[in-house]
Design a protein around this ligand. Structure first.
Ligand code: NAD
Length: 472
């Protein structure tokens, strides 16, 4: 296999060779063969990117809303042209099936750019209150740190919002899925965004930690694990740099007793398994009325059988491997511990293929709320089923994980469904399998973080207020 070299970073509108000595090797998770090397930036290279971002901000903060909208339109067109290339890279570098890339990995960011453009005209950029003029101004240079699981979507959620807000960005994407990030950067370049507005450095935890504590950064926007989010928030306390934290989840799907199981279960299976369960909004817990338990398990088993494991490059494959060896080890450890703690594996089993980090779709029953499998994010195709006897108990169980990113409720009676949704402590609830609306605010409660992304809410997140008293 030809190794791809990601050995340049992007600063001030130029593609610059990385001199730093560090390397990160990406392994194709379906073949367990090295497929790419990422040259990690040193401190001097991060300093340079921030210097260019400061210059970029000084100019871009004065741009008109029309200029920002036009820049985003050009970015969308350039990114769309790279959709096919990105889908192939996601399959090779993180095991995402090309089917899912075509369905979600690329359509979501393209729609996300549209929502940012629409958001420009929905914001009250200036408001008069008595003798005061309240302005919403760009907050400055944004350090944007993103994970690997929906890499383009997560990058766009930050970068499109920053461009719309009049900010500049230093993006540090995940070293685990570099191809999508570099293709995005090339789209930025092709779109002719002004120099210094969007910059990219490569790095792991070390470069990320350096970036978020840099004096040249005004705002931090992080998407990733709760543990790293906590570290970033602690380090930002010294400078009081504002942070947005989009963190992990342990989202739940709740079936009320009148739910249409034939409609619900295939969607619940998709929300638990898609991208091999590596989605922050994965519905990795399932709450079921006790008397429906066996029927739900049977339907789950039947629906999961359609999730064929295989080569992510094959359009027939529904489920690829998990993305990395570390992720594979973690998922297998959590499966073993769930069994040790008394949960019953009712769907799934041992490693299905001889090669690759493949995990069979897995459902645990007899799960108790205090078990690890009910409380910790797995980030694999593993769902924990719990039963309840009444709606109060269902609400208590739904809200027991400490996370609060997403969730779902299913009920034939829409009033009942809405009423239950309002009892859920979480940033979003999907009612009866509705489509996700990318113009609404996205973000968590509790251990899932705070701050909001998408549409006008993502732009507002990167704005600061300025009140001018007595402005004529
Ligand atoms: P991660 O926290 O390990 O890494 C995320 C990013 O942070 C990477 O770019 C990494 O290099 C960087 N990083 C690591 N340590 C750092 C440090 N000390 N300082 C600064 N940067 C550092 O997460 P991951 O494994 O890449 O992604 C999976 C996690 O992300 C899951 O927990 C998932 O739920 C979460 N996630 C959340 C959302 C959301 O919107 N809430 C979306 C996708 C993924």
């Amino acid at each position: 296999m030809t190794m791809i070299r990601y050995d340049h970073f992007y600063a001030g509108g130029s593609i610059i060779p990385v001199k730093g000595p560090g390397r990160h090797t990406v392994v194709d998770p379906a073949k367990e063969v090295a497929c790419a090397d990422v040259w990690l930036c040193g401190h001097g290279e991060v300093d340079l990117a921030i210097k260019h971002a400061r210059r970029g901000f000084d100019a871009w903060r004065h741009s008109s809303l029309g200029e920002r909208g036009a820049a985003l339109q050009r970015l969308k067109a350039a990114l769309e042209q790279r959709s096919g290339e990105i889908s192939q890279l996601l399959a090779t570098e993180m095991g995402c099936p090309v089917w899912l890339a075509g369905l979600m990995q690329m359509p979501m960011p393209l729609k996300g750019i549209d929502c940012a453009i629409e958001g420009l005209s929905q914001i009250a950029w200036e408001e008069r209150i008595g003798n005061g003029l309240v302005e919403r101004v760009p907050s400055g240079v944004v350090a944007a740190i993103t994970p690997w699981n929906f890499p383009v979507h997560q990058i766009v959620a930050k970068v499109a919002a920053a461009v719309a807000a009049g900010c500049s960005v230093v993006l540090k994407p995940s070293e685990a899925a570099p191809g999508a990030a570099w293709a995005f950067m090339q789209a930025v370049h092709d779109a002719g965004l002004p120099a210094g507005v969007v910059n990219l450095v490569w790095g792991d935890a070390e470069a990320g930690a350096y970036l978020v504590t840099h004096a040249g950064v005004d705002r931090i926007s992080f998407t990733g694990s709760t543990a790293v989010g906590q570290r970033i928030m602690a380090s930002a306390a010294t400078s009081l740099t504002p942070v947005t934290l989009e963190l992990g989840g342990k989202s739940v799907a709740v079936l009320l007793d009148d739910a249409d199981l034939a409609a619900a279960i295939p969607v619940i299976v998709r929300m638990g398994l898609a991208n091999s369960g590596q989605a922050c909004v994965s519905q990795s817990r399932l709450l079921v009325p006790r008397h429906l338990r066996d029927e739900v398990i049977a339907r789950f088993r039947q629906a999961a059988a359609g999730w064929v494991l295989g080569d992510p490059l094959d359009p027939a494959t529904r489920l690829g491997p998990v993305a990395t060896a570390a992720q594979y080890a973690r998922v297998n450890r959590m499966i073993a511990r769930a069994t040790e703690q008394g949960a019953s594996c009712v769907v799934g089993g041992p490693a299905p293929l001889a090669r690759g980090y493949f995990v069979t779709p897995t459902l645990f029953a007899n799960v108790q709320p205090e078990m690890e499998i009910a409380r910790q994010e797995v980030f694999g195709p593993v769902v924990a089923l719990m039963t309840y006897d009444n709606e109060h108990e269902a609400a208590d169980l739904a809200n027991a994980s400490g996370y609060g990113l997403s969730g779902a409720v299913w009920a034939a009676d829409p009033v009942r469904a809405l009423s239950f949704a309002r009892r859920m402590k979480t940033g979003q609830v999907v009612i009866n399998g509705a489509a996700q609306n990318l113009a609404t605010p996205f973000g968590g409660w509790g251990l899932s973080g705070f701050g909001r992304e998408n549409g006008r809410f993502g732009i507002e997140d990167l704005l600061a207020f300025r009140s001018l008293h007595g402005a004529g």
